[in-house]
Design a binder for this molecule. Structure first.
Ligand code: BEZ
Ligand code: MG
Length: 380
């Protein structure tokens, strides 16, 4: 809770600074299982602190209850949440989903003014709009259906098998709109898509934690797979893009950065860092695949959040394609991954994520046909 408070307070301060001094009414955030194991529940504690409750341990030290923090002590409104639990979290932490759901419902039922309790404010609106009671409307703990994993946005991006962002967002909604309900013990995850959409439509910020420097945003495809930033924008009545934040809790002095700052940091320290890519190249075949994968994951962030700067693609193109020696090395070491890289650059341009010169595009096309011939064994 102590670590969680620091991060939540910094998140709120940052959001207020970026948003005319206003508190966010709702934060859409992601809970991963491994993170909560490694940090002893730091990110689930963040959820508790946003809504203004504290966990209470029983005489054995087990947390199975929460108690309210008064508005006076909290010193700010209770912030509404939409929690996207990963499949790993769902499978490991059913008791904790129960705790969170009970906490949210308890807060929604408090007799407090709407401008001091955004959980209640939204739950009352949603109860009225959907014709359900307030406890049902105060459904905030979502994940996949039992037995189902991921939004599959990562697979679609990796395979380039998607038409447009709307299709990715529909996948997210159809796969991630299953809710835990503490009032229906043993029922498993039940589809509550309408509440999910309404809750997401009030979000002013999206948020996830990075708890170790081993894995960051573009190392794996699972981070963008769970990011709802563009989806929230689409669901909001005013079509305003939510602010997207990532907490860096890898050190004792936790930082909250915007998603775009974090993507930049990732690009500078890995994809575009000679120490990183030369290290990868020194490993041969698999190293080229790692470079390709990171470029693909970067496109994933463009697709789900639009928070990748043009220069990231431009500099990647200068580094891996403009440099003759480099491109020959990539092509001869792993032609299949190199072909995928070329395809990903062309895709980034075609989907509107990267503006560049016609010369650059022509070169990519020409190299694509060259590497394809090479793979197919056609002599030129
Ligand atoms: C998790 O720990 O929840 C997680 C791990 C890998 C991929 C996605 C989620
Ligand atoms: Mg930490």
């Amino acid at each position: 809770m102590q670590s969680a408070k620091v991060v939540v307070d910094r998140l709120i301060e940052r959001q207020k600074a970026d948003n005319g001094g206003k508190y966010p009414e709702t934060v859409a955030l992601v809970l991963w299982g491994t993170d909560n194991i490694k940090t002893y529940g730091e990110s689930l504690a963040q959820v508790l602190w946003m809504i203004g409750v504290m966990p209470v341990a029983d005489t054995f030290g087990r947390v199975n209850r929460v108690e309210l923090v008064s508005l006076e002590e909290l010193g700010r409104p209770r912030i509404d949440v939409v929690v996207n639990c990963s499949r790993v979290f769902r499978d490991l932490f059913i008791n904790q989903m129960n705790l969170l759901d009970r906490a949210v419902k308890m807060v929604a039922e408090l007799d407090e003014p709407a401008d001091q309790n955004f959980v209640r404010k939204h739950a009352l609106e949603q109860a009225e709009a959907l014709g359900v009671d307030i406890r049902e409307a105060a459904t905030r703990i979502f994940s996949n259906a039992s037995g189902s994993y991921s939004s599959n946005i990562n697979l679609a991006v990796e395979n380039s098998s998607w038409n447009d962002e709307k299709q990715l967002q529909d996948m997210y909604l159809s796969r991630k709109s299953f809710a835990f309900d503490c009032d229906a013990p043993g029922a498993g995850m039940a589809e509550k898509r309408k509440v999910f959409e309404m809750a997401l439509s009030t979000a002013e910020a999206t948020f996830q934690n990075l708890d170790s420097s081993e894995i960051s945003l573009t190392d794996v495809s699972h981070y963008f797979d769970s990011d709802p930033t563009n989806l929230v924008q689409n669901l909001r009545k005013d079509k305003k893009k939510p602010n997207a934040y990532i907490a860096d809790t890898t050190t004792a002095n936790a930082q909250v950065r915007t998603l775009s700052e974090t993507v930049r940091l990732d690009a500078r320290t890995k994809l575009l860092n000679p120490k990183w890519y030369e290290g990868m190249l020194s490993t041969g075949y698999e190293g080229v695949r790692e470079i390709e994968k990171r470029l693909t994951n970067t496109v994933g962030w463009s697709a789900t959040s639009g928070q990748v700067d043009n220069w990231v693609y431009e500099e990647a193109n200068s580094t891996f394609i403009q440099d003759e020696e480099m491109l020959n090395k990539l092509m001869s070491t792993n032609p299949n991954s190199f072909r995928k890289m070329l395809q990903t650059f062309l895709e980034a341009n075609g989907r509107g994520y990267w503006e560049t010169s016609q010369d650059n595009i022509e070169k990519l096309r020409q190299l694509y046909s060259e590497v394809e011939d090479k793979i197919e064994g056609i002599d030129r």
